[in-house]
Ligand binder design. Structure first.
Ligand SMILES: Cc1cc2nc3c(=O)[nH]c(=O)nc-3n(C[C@H](O)[C@H](O)[C@H](O)COP(=O)(O)OP(=O)(O)OC[C@H]3O[C@@H](n4cnc5c(N)ncnc54)[C@H](O)[C@@H]3O)c2cc1C
Length: 264
C-alpha cells in the first residue's frame, strides 16, 4: 500500500472541500472495496477523506412508506432495522445477504452504490425500487445513475448523502451467491407497486446491473412464478467468466426471478 494522507471530515461541506483541495483525493466510507484496492496497489489516492463520522450521513428514517437511508449507514444497520423491515423486508433481507459479518458491519450503502460493482446487491434494489440517489448537488433517479461497469452518473467530487424510495406493495430479492465471496453470480430484485412491476438483475449483465423488460411485461400481466416460465432471456448481453457462462446466467435469471416472485 502506498502512503496516503487521512482526513476525518465532520460535515459534508468539509468533506467536499478536503477532497477538492487534494491532488488525487478519494472519499472512503466502509473501505471494504477501496482499502483492499489500495493494498493491492491498484489505487493510490494522495488523500482519503473519511465519511463515516459525518452525523448527517448516518441513520434510517421511515415516514409512512417513504424510506430514507443515510449514505454512511452500514449493511448491518439496514439488515437489522425494524423500521425498514416493517415496510420493505426485501431490502433488509438483501443487506443481510451481503458478504460476511465483517463486510456488513463496515461496508455502507453509499459506498456500494457509488462503486457499482457489477455483482453487488444494492444496485439491483435501487433500480427495482425506483430509488433516488441524493447527492450534495442533486437528486438522481436510479434509472439514470448506473451507467456501466463500476460507472455511475456521479461527477468528480460529487458525494452521495442518502438513498430514498417509496416502499412498494410487494418486493423480494433472490440471489445465487458466489460461494467464496458471497457476491451475486446472479441476483434478481422484483417489485410491484403503484408504478407497476420492476425487475432488476445484478451479477449477470456484461455491462452491469439492468432491468429486464421481458420479465417486467410477463409479471405485469400475471404476477406469479409461472409467468416467468415463458420469458426468454437473451444471453448475448450477459457475462461469461470463470464462474459461469452467459447461458448459465440466463437460466439463473429465470430461477432467481421465480424465487423472488414466490417470496414477494
Ligand atoms: C469479502 C467481501 C465480500 C463482499 N461481498 C459482497 C456481496 O455479497 N454483495 C455486495 O453487494 N457487496 C459485497 N462486498 C462489497 C461491500 O458491500 C462494500 O461495502 C461495498 O462495495 C463498498 O462499500 P464501502 O462503504 O466499503 O465503500 P468504500 O470501499 O469506502 O468506497 C468504495 C468507493 O465508493 C466511493 N464512495 C464511498 N462512499 C461514497 C459516497 N457517500 N459518495 C460518493 N462516493 C463514495 C469511494 O471513493 C470508493 O471509490 C464484499 C466485499 C468484500 C471485501
Amino acid at each position: 500500500m502506498y502512503a496516503t494522507n487521512y482526513h476525518r471530515a465532520s460535515s459534508v461541506d468539509e468533506a467536499v472541500k478536503l477532497k477538492s483541495g487534494a491532488d488525487e483525493g478519494k472519499y472512503v466510507s466502509g473501505g471494504m472495496t477501496l482499502i483492499a484496492t489500495m493494498k493491492q496497489r491498484l489505487a493510490s489516492p494522495s488523500d482519503l477523506v473519511d465519511l463515516r463520522h459525518i452525523p448527517s450521513l448516518k441513520g434510517i428514517r421511515v415516514d409512512g412508506r417513504r424510506v430514507t437511508i443515510g449514505a454512511a449507514t452500514t449493511h448491518a444497520e439496514v439488515a437489522s432495522s425494524a423500521a425498514i423491515r416493517a415496510v420493505c423486508p426485501a431490502l433488509s433481507d438483501l443487506a443481510g445477504m451481503i458478504g460476511d459479518p465483517h463486510v456488513r458491519h463496515m461496508g455502507t450503502i453509499g459506498g456500494s452504490v457509488a462503486n457499482n460493482d457489477p455483482a453487488a446487491d444494492y444496485p439491483a434494489a435501487m433500480l427495482a425500487l425506483a430509488a433516488t440517489i441524493v447527492t450534495d448537488k442533486r437528486q438522481i433517479a436510479a434509472d439514470d445513475f448506473f451507467t456501466g461497469l463500476f460507472e455511475t452518473a456521479l461527477e468528480d467530487g460529487e458525494l452521495i448523502t442518502a438513498i430514498t424510495f417509496e416502499a412498494p406493495e410487494k418486493a423480494a430479492y433472490a440471489k445465487f451467491p458466489n460461494p467464496a465471496s458471497r457476491y451475486a453470480m446472479t441476483g434478481v430484485f422484483v417489485t410491484k407497486g403503484s408504478g407497476g412491476v420492476r425487475v432488476a438483475v445484478t451479477g449477470a449483465g456484461a455491462d452491469g446491473v439492468f432491468r429486464d423488460s421481458g420479465l417486467e411485461q410477463a409479471l405485469a400481466g400475471n404476477w406469479s412464478p409461472d409467468a416467468v416460465a415463458n420469458v426468454s432471456i437473451d444471453s448475448s448481453a450477459l457475462l461469461s467468466d470463470l464462474h459461469a457462462t452467459a447461458d448459465y446466467r440466463a437460466n439463473l435469471i429465470k430461477v432467481m426471478a421465480k424465487r423472488a416472485v414466490a417470496a414477494a
